[in-house]
Write a protein that binds this ligand. Structure first.
Ligand SMILES: *Cc1c(COP(=O)(O)O)cnc(C)c1O
Length: 456
């Protein structure tokens, strides 16, 4: 990564949360209380190390759609990751950072012809398909495509289903392989996506077994395929129902069974959420508030009537902005009050609303929070995935600024990986622990969460 101007280095012993604190402190003396993000690029690095340690046979191709912020993409480009691009613009973004075409998979099974031509002209060869029409388009529009057949999975237990839209059945896979042979197209492998927010790791095992079946079918037709792409669906934070390591504990044995290390098949994946969700913390400001009294129900002498009170907080980012994840990604978000409640402070049933004039613009239907005032802040963690990428400025509300931060040791570790690659590093990790030492001459301090807050 070269462009340092947007990035704040964290001083020794400080973490991203301290920067949130600093920005909030700065705002107290001014009227500028716009919502903002702090994004810790060191957290993206941490994920990359965790991936390499946990899925050593699988090369990650980051799914750009999840968060296409340039510093995020640039961090992953520096780390040597590959990229899953779904459009010309995503390919342009990744290539503008100097990523060579072999590190890009055009992983959209249904592409516009002009964009297939763009990929062809810019050397991007790997691309997915799941239909006969797509094969004919590629045959006409691309000089040298390396095609990857996307198969459907049983994604009935995923939060966001994808196989309703994409993926060939095993039955139609044979026909597609035959048709590709007639068209003289090169099929190099099989891909799938278990659905975003996968809740059942067995879905991966079944899909890997199905992929093996398609590889064998291909072999009968004279294809010797060399690429397995196990897609995305991995959780992005450790408060998810299913932990990353619980999924990889199923994936690794399935890979060893169906695609053993010496079988000559390269394995890649397309993680999106995994890499970015936990890196972003969003701070929103309370811009308006209503206190609603419920119907009086008997004596309220002991509690001042407080139990009959519900609060409505209006904040300066909503479902047309960052919280579009609630609508599109079925996300449930949890507010954290910035001013910590006192031990004996009363809490109230609350709802939280976005700033637009639409009644749909509700962030939290019901939660319990203490009484806070206009001008106070609420924080939302794990806001990096499917948030900034799809937000709009509906009703004239601007998107929050993003402040990128990284510790110096994380920066140095990233540069070392850029130059030396990952292998030494993976061997040095003790399983189950986050790395304290990144094996590249610098100590990577990974602050325990939540970190102690200091005044800068
Ligand atoms: C969205 C998408 C991904 C990323 O999915 P996550 O659940 O965020 O990991 C990967 N591959 C394809 C083809 C996608 O459409």
């Amino acid at each position: 990564m070269t462009s340092n101007d947007f990035l704040t280095f964290l001083e020794e012993g400080f973490c991203a949360r301290d920067i949130v604190e600093q920005k909030i402190n700065e705002s107290t003396s001014s009227d500028d209380k716009d919502a903002f993000y702090v994004a810790d690029l060191g957290d993206v690095l941490k994920k990359h190390l965790r991936w390499a340690r946990t899925l050593p046979r699988v090369t990650p191709f980051y799914a750009v759609k999840c968060n296409d912020s340039r510093p995020v993409v640039e961090t992953l480009a520096t780390l040597g990751a590959g990229f899953d691009c779904a459009s010309k613009t995503e390919i342009q973004l990744v290539q503008s950072l100097g990523v060579e075409p072999s590190r890009i998979i055009y992983a959209n099974p249904c592409k516009q012809v002009s964009q297939i031509k763009y990929a062809s002209a810019h050397g991007v060869q790997m691309m997915t398909f799941d239909s006969e029409v797509e094969l004919m388009k590629v045959a006409r529009s691309h000089d040298n495509a390396k095609l990857v057949l996307r198969i459907a999975t049983d994604d009935s237990k995923a939060v966001c289903r994808l196989s309703v839209k994409f993926g060939a059945t095993l039955k139609s896979s044979r026909l597609l392989l035959e048709r590709a042979k007639e068209l003289g197209l090169d099929i190099i492998g099989v891909s799938f996506h278990v659905g975003s927010g996968c809740t059942d790791p067995q879905t991966y095992a079944q899909a890997i077994a199905d992929a093996r079946y398609v590889f064998d079918m291909g072999a009968e037709l004279g294809y010797s395929m060399t690429l397995l792409d196990i897609g995305g669906g991995f959780p992005g934070s450790d408060d998810s129902k299913l932990k990353f390591e619980e999924i990889t504990a199923v994936i690794n044995p399935a890979l060893d069974k169906y695609f053993p290390a010496d079988c000559g098949v390269r394995i890649i994946a397309e993680p999106g959420r995994f890499y970015v969700a936990s890196a972003y913390t969003l701070a929103v400001n309370i811009i308006a508030k209503k206190v609603n009294m419920k119907e009086q129900s008997g004596s309220d002498d002991e509690d001042d009537g407080a139990s009959d009170r519900t609060l409505m907080y209006y904040v300066n980012d909503g479902v047309y902005g960052s919280f579009n994840c609630i609508l599109f990604d079925h996300a449930h978000v949890t507010p954290i009050v910035h001013k910590k409640p006192k031990p004996d402070e009363r809490i109230y049933p609350c709802s939280i609303w976005g700033p637009t004039c639409d009644g749909l613009d509700r962030i939290v239907e019901l939660c319990t929070l203490p009484d806070r005032q206009v001008g106070d802040w609420l924080l939302f963690e794990n806001m990096g995935a499917y948030t900034v990428a799809a937000s709009s400025t509906f009703n004239g509300f601007q998107k929050p600024d993003i402040h990128y931060v990284m510790s110096r040791s994380a920066w140095q570790c990233m540069q070392q990986i850029h130059v030396q690659g990952m292998p030494a590093l993976v061997e040095e990790q003790s399983p189950g622990n986050m790395p304290g030492h990144c094996g590249c001459g610098s100590t990577l301090e990974l602050p325990a969460k939540p970190c102690a807050t200091r005044v800068l």
